[in-house]
Design a protein around this ligand. Sequence first.
Ligand code: GAP
Length: 563
Amino acid sequence: MQMEKLVSLCKRRGFLFQSSEIYGGLQGFWDYGPLGVELKRNVKDAWWRDMVNAHDDLTAPAGAPAAYEMTGLDCAIIMHPQVWKCSGHYDLFHDYMVDCRESGKRYRHDQVRGRWVEAKDQRVFVTTMASADEEQNSLQAKALKFFNLRAKHAEQLKWDGDIVTLPEVDDASKVLGPDAKSLDTLTEPREFNLMFKTTIGALGGEDDTSFLRPETAQGIFVNFKNVLDSSRLKIPFGIAQTGKSFRNEITPRNFTFRSREFEQMEIEFFCHPDTSHEWYQYWRDRRMQWYTDMGLAGERLRLREHTPEELAHYSTGTADIEYAFPFLPEGEFGELEGIAHRGDFDLRSHMEGKLDEKSMPLEVQLGPDGKPKYRGSGKDLSYFDDDAWERDKERLGLRSFKEYVKKNKDADQPGAPYQYIPHVIEPSAGADRATLAFLCESYDEDQAPDEKGKMQTRTVMRFHPRLAPIKAAVFPLVKKEGMPDVAKQIYRDLKSQFNVFYDEKGAVGRRYRRQDEIGTPFCITVDGQTMEDQTVTIRDRDSLEQWRVKIDDIVEDLRPRLT
Ligand code: GAP
């Protein structure tokens, strides 16, 4: 599938628009049009329903070590600045970027790609920011220009090695920047914090600086105690949240894949340290299954387990669910979701102060004065398993838990195994990336007969019916003989059940095409026979099969097909 075709369909049919387009657009920001908003909402609703609302708290799902509970949260986008200091985002959430002294442009160091080339006794590293399918053409055009060669003399360019990224090049003096005419115009890579700063209140001093959240996860950690104290949740349980996150990405690119404003769908799953690895495996497989169920099955979807070298030492596993987006070079995959075993790193950092992720065992990171670099909340974020305590206290011959802790005061964790900091498994997905993957996967072109029976190429979006923006379209075959009135009544009756669309304009074949192109799974047509026997035809988008159903049975017929 060519990406340009999808991008053009998205604009033409109202899935996605560039933000502030009438003012020339704003890089890294996107607006969802009338169909896009339905599609993305369906993605988020399917996630919320499958992970939270439809989850059965009483039964262990296949592959899960036990039954567990799920609940949700909706936290503020702006939080106390200390949250980001203790989470590590303040210090660590950065990318390396390079500036071009000649063009004034800024690039992410690891996204500048290029290739060594030699001509006229000079060897240079030519670079480009072009998309994967345009890369080599763009490099060739740049190299010809640099060496002052005509296209017909392209054979004088001696290419050396594959296309690689800038960090793999050690001699900066030989680099021709993506928009430069001379060599050696790129600065050394510099760190750049990805958090958007904002000011709270009218005075605007340094103390009033805060940040737009770069992830929804921290809102869950800082509310862990609130949720525990206000509900009867017992470990293991998960807290889900969907919402906007913001990252000042240096080079937003590839449609919505890397945006500066995007939506996440995150779960923090709290469990006992002894079973956390099993829970990690459960969530990794469960989340992979979800994408498969929603239609991403096939070679373009894969689960990539991180190698031990890639893992933080406090984590027993991290996996990425990846999709081979068509804009990536052949064989490359882009991350859809990360599932991470995070140990007790986050809760302890918010409790004791930011932990030093390199320390083993984990210790609070200290500043030059020997005090915690970033102070934690000081609040007790441990979990007390009162069921286990009630069960064991008589056997232990103790009257109170205080007594137990006193008895074990020299142990590492005097309250264990009854009181402990839970371990966390974090399945963290992007709603926009998932939506983009569903758009890419759904795009198809096939041959279908038009109204004269002639085979024509049709564009069809094969969305899973749960994700399709419009579930069914209702057409009168012709605009006479009372058919529009019957079709309108069917439309009105269905509207309260599903998102349906009424269309009477143009030839019926063209109306089918319009619905195929936006992925409507079913078209309902009122024709001459309807007026006699109160039946309609229902047409399936993918198989093109048609069947007749009584008007009164349409809902019953469609409902199971839409789940
Ligand atoms: N709390 C963990 C976390 O935020 P992440 O890998 O940085 O982890 C999780 O982000 C998911 O959020 C990614 O897998 C991706 O789907 C989405 N995401 C991250 N940055 C994004 C961006 N700039 N544009 C669109 N989606 C993004």
